[in-house]
Every structure is written in C-alpha cells, then in structure tokens.
Write a protein of this length. Structure first.
Length: 348
C-alpha cells in the first residue's frame, strides 16, 4: 500500500493558512514534528489578533475538564443533574476582557489526548459547546499536535473528527528561521552554524537514541546558554543535553572558527585590504559576526569588506543585517551594493 505524504508548509505559510482558516470560521489543526514552534504560532496569532490566549493541553486533560462537573439542580420542583462548566471556557454570557477582541482557545497536544477526551472535545470543537452551554461567539479555536509518523504519543482520531478539521502540516524552513533569529537576538554563532549547515536546523528521527535532538526550539535554548560567553569550548557536555552529543561537538568546533577571523576593528580600519578567510566555515563565521555587529556608523566600511565576498555569501549578510536593522537599507552604499548582489543572485 502506498502511503501518501501530506503537503508540507513552511512556518510562515502554516501561520498564514491557520489565520485564514480561523477567519473563515473553521478549526485548523496544525501538525508538525516536535520542536518547530506550534505553540509560538498560537501565541503570535493571539497577540496579533488581540485575542486572549487560552492554552489547554488535552493530553493532560480529563473528559470532565471539557464537559464540566456534574451538579444537582432543581427544575420545576424536580431534582436533576447537569454539568457546570469550568471557567476555562468563555461562554456567551461572559464579557470580553478589556483590551481584547475575543479569545483564542488553543487545544494543544490534541491528538495525544485519550479517546475519551477526544470524544469530549468533539462537542467543544464542532458544536462550540461545553456541556449544555454555548461558547462565546468571539472564541476562535485552534488545535495542534505532533505527527503520527514521528512516533510521538499520538492517538488516531475518529474519521468524524478528522473530516471536520483543516489539517495543516508544517516543516522547518532554514531561511525563515534565520530571518526570525536575526530579529530576535539569537546568538550569531548559532545563526552562522545553521547558515553553514542548514540541514542541522531540524534533525528528527522517530528512532533516535539520544536524549534530545536539534530543532528550532533547542537551537534557541543553545543561544540562551552561550550568549555573552566568548569561549564555549567547555560547553560540549552541557550542549549535548540540548542538541545531542554529535551536534554539540560539531557546533563547538564551528565556534572555534570565530577565534580565527579578523577583528571587527581591523575590518573597519582597512576594509579593502584586510584578509578574506579561505575556509568556507571561517567565511560564514565572519559574515555572521558582521551581521550581529553592523550599525549605521560602521555599515559603509563593512559593506566595502563584504563586497569582496562571493555574491551568494554576501546575500547572507544583507538578509541578516537588514532583518535585524531595516534602517540600514536607507544608507546609499547598502542599497547600491544590495542591488548588485541581487542582480547576480537572480541571474543565477
């Protein structure tokens, strides 16, 4: 039997289609391998849409969390039982919190929930009800979970649920991650390593034997652990517990390249004559160091130096530098050199 692979989207595409699905009144189900930022996308959607985020992990929930707790009530003199919903869920009688336009109910680890919890979620997702109570009309719902093929803790959903969700499958994108990293203070050595070894951004095997693996989440953690440390040669053991032993060794060895590159002050003092490294890994190290250090005061000198690199290397510098500080584009020398580089790249 042939197993069909669902089309994959980059994180930016997946986020856009998730928003589109929500706006159209449907429920998206965002799926990916672990560590690619599904929760981050939910937070960004909530923040950008001025929605109060309700983060509910279904793998840690019981059916009554979604249905409500049974209570005794009296109706027309007759004792009956009904379900009282938790305050987790905004109901139609609730007021929208100040500063918000509604809520985003984020049902994370959706397909890791037990069968009984998935059955309880059916009414919540499809009927927009908690027990006998209706959700507020300004509640948007988004689901997320890991891929079944990744051997994560996943329970197959019923076909009734499957056919009522918009399935969006996401994969890592090196270019999008580097753009994000440049804008969010990720250590330039981490960015340099991923530029040099793009396949190492996300290395996930369902059968991996190590405690962890490289992914956008663990590379961000790596950055947090080494930032402001000029020497990371003694961090192999620590980083092995973040990205895996082999990748930690490779990364630390790459960081040694930064001890071989010209100093920033030397480049600025003599950009047309200071040496250009021969080794490709060292060239990537120089480029990413300059991406992190460029500003409006030194950019003209740095552009002169970068002009001596190959255009496909120079474009890495410009993409990272302009993502970090878009105002650099207003410098004439930057605009003119960028046009030259882009013409070469587009022609090839």
């Amino acid at each position: 039997m042939t197993v069909l692979t669902h089309p994959r989207m980059s994180p930016k595409q997946a986020k856009a289609e998730t928003i589109h699905t929500i706006v159209r009144g449907r429920v998206p189900f965002l799926q990916s391998s672990p560590g690619l930022g599904k929760s981050s996308i939910a937070r960004e959607i909530a923040e950008n849409g001025k929605l109060k985020l309700i983060d509910l992990r279904l793998s840690q929930s019981a059916p009554e969390d979604l249905q409500g707790l049974p209570m005794r009530t009296v109706i027309n003199g007759v004792e009956k039982a009904s379900f009282l919903p938790f305050d987790t869920f905004p109901l139609e009688t609730d007021s929208i919190p100040d500063g918000y336009q509604g809520w985003l109910l984020f049902l994370d680890e959706f397909n890791s929930a037990s069968k009984s919890v998935q059955a309880a979620a059916y009414k919540l997702v499809l009927d927009r009800m908690v027990g006998t109570y209706k959700l507020h009309p300004k509640v948007a719902i988004m689901c997320a979970g890991n891929l079944q093929t990744d051997k994560a803790i996943v329970n197959v959903m019923s076909t009734a649920m499957q056919s009522r969700l918009a399935h969006i499958v996401m994969e890592a994108s090196k270019d999008e991650w580097v753009d994000w990293a440049s804008q969010n203070g990720i250590d330039y050595r981490v960015i340099g390593f991923i530029e040099f070894q793009p396949t190492k951004l996300h290395v996930f095997s369902p059968d991996h034997q190590e405690m962890t693996f490289p992914c956008p989440r663990t590379w961000e953690m790596t950055s947090d652990l080494i930032k402001d440390l000029p020497d990371v040669s003694n961090k192999v053991a620590l980083l092995s517990g973040v990205i895996g032993q082999g990748y930690a060794f490779e990364f630390v060895k790459f960081c040694e390249e930064y001890t071989r590159i010209p100093k920033l002050s030397a480049i600025i003092n003599d950009p047309t004559k200071i040496m250009i490294p021969v080794e490709l890994s060292t060239r990537f190290a120089v480029i990413t160091m300059l991406m992190a250090c460029v500003d409006v005061q030194n950019v003209k000198k740095i552009v002169q130096y970068i002009a001596r690199f190959n255009p496909d290397e120079a474009i890495i510098f410009y993409r990272g530098a302009l993502n970090r500080d878009p105002k650099l584009r207003e410098v004439d020398e930057v605009s003119s050199e960028l046009i030259k580089v882009m013409k070469f790249v587009n022609s090839n």
